[in-house]
Design a binder for this molecule. Structure first.
Ligand code: PLP
Length: 390
């Protein structure tokens, strides 16, 4: 037998942090045969448009109103193009939360804008309208790019009020919030379909807004900036604003369509797993009470993380998990302005909440292949480090 390079000889089998839920080759075959039949491989082909139609239907069912929507090759480019479509001055300042994935700030920089880092809410861990208002009073900000952190959706009503009062547009980086962030309001939503997300196409993303012109602009920018609209002043086939190539291929659309058929089952399995996991951790571990992000009930998670509010306990759990061959991750850490490439970013205030979260946030394995035995192994390792329940 060949040695598994990820497994030390004496250890139990490795428990990975995430295991993508992708369709099998058999699930994909009917969709691939459709590509064979049309010989259309990219450039907004029939599968891409079918996926966009199906996703639009889901938003319409949840909102009673159908937003405009365009697919992109990934959320990072979706964010960059959504920011570009806002038509801000070069160097305009975009508020971002300190606790987020690097792509949030990367997209701002690549759009020729400046991320301004701000704090997060102590309960929801989100950059909220109240925090944005405070930041806008303290320093100059032109737009907000908030994040549906760890899949937690935003109530868009207060963001609509923020935009109405300040004139500043709001984009929500909803990369990991598919199935949770249905409200659109006056914001622009950007989702990821990366393999690790709960709704996955391998790579992919989409931009959603009620603003038809903004979504058309993103679509044009995703196709090099080439105008395809006969009503526009720029002739068809010419570039009016240089874009990039951020189109979703037909193969990725095929994966998305195959996965969308399984979405209700996937979402239900993830919700059940999260509830069971949380109950087991709370019942099986003493020494600390996990502090959970405050979210609306029943959201679909892509990952599991919590705060460990006892000094040194997070590190002890990490060591115990490593010894038991269980992967852990300090999700979204370091904070965005602590990455070497972002240390020069302007920061709004002293960020006490993000700073505190950074000291004790911990992620454990989360995927629907975790059975009861595997969950018991994980909870056992945490309890060995932090103490069993009394
Ligand atoms: C908050 C956030 N924004 C953006 C991204 C990037 O998404 P993509 O991989 O589709 O570019 C991620 C990916 O995990 C994310 O978590």
């Amino acid at each position: 037998m060949q040695a598994n390079p990820h497994q030390s000889p004496s250890a139990e089998p490795r428990i990975p942090l995430l295991v993508p839920e992708m369709p099998t080759a058999d699930d994909l075959l009917p969709w691939l045969r459709r590509i064979d039949a049309t010989r259309w491989y990219s450039n907004f082909g029939p599968l891409c448009r079918e996926l966009e139609g199906a996703l639009g239907d889901m938003f319409a069912r949840h909102n009673g109103e159908r937003p405009h929507l365009t697919t992109v090759s990934n959320a990072t480019l979706g964010l960059e193009l959504a920011l570009t479509a806002l038509d801000l001055e070069p160097g305009a300042r975009v508020l971002v939360p300190a606790l987020t994935f690097a792509a949030t700030a990367t997209a701002v920089v690549r759009a020729g804008l400046v991320p301004v880092v701000t704090d997060i809410d102590p309960d929801s861990w989100l950059l909220t309208p109240a925090i944005a208002r405070q930041a806008c009073e303290a320093l100059h900000v032109d737009a907000v790019l908030t994040v549906a952190t760890f899949g937690c959706p935003h109530d868009v009503g207060p963001w609509d009020e923020f935009t109405a009062a300040t004139g500043k547009p709001v984009i929500i980086d909803a990369a990991g919030a598919f199935g949770n962030q249905w409200q659109v309001g006056t914001t622009t939503l950007v989702f990821s379909m990366h393999a690790t997300k709960s709704f996955a196409a391998g790579e992919g993303g989409m931009v959603v807004s009620r603003d038809a012109a903004l979504v058309a602009r993103v679509r044009q920018l995703s196709n090099f900036g080439i105008n395809l609209d006969p009503r526009a002043t720029t002739p068809i086939g010419q570039v009016d604003l240089p874009g990039t190539n951020a189109k979703l291929s037909e193969y990725h659309a095929a994966i998305g369509l195959a996965n969308l058929a399984r979405w209700p089952a996937t979402a239900a399995a993830r919700r059940t797993l999260f509830d069971r996991y949380r109950a087991l951790l709370e019942a099986g571990v003493g020494g600390f009470a996990p502090v959970w992000q405050r979210t609306p009930a029943g959201i679909t998670r892509t990952l599991l993380c919590f705060r460990v509010p006892v000094v040194g306990a997070r590190e002890a759990i990490e060591v115990a998990c490593q010894a038991a061959n269980i992967e852990t991750r300090r999700w979204y850490l370091p904070l965005i302005h602590q990455h070497d490439g972002f240390t020069e970013l302007p920061v709004a205030g002293s960020l006490p909440v993000a700073g505190a979260v950074a000291t004790d946030l911990l992620g454990l394995p989360f995927h629907t292949r975790l059975d009861e035995g595997t969950l018991a192994r994980i909870v056992g390792a945490v309890a060995r480090a932090a103490g069993p329940a009394a």
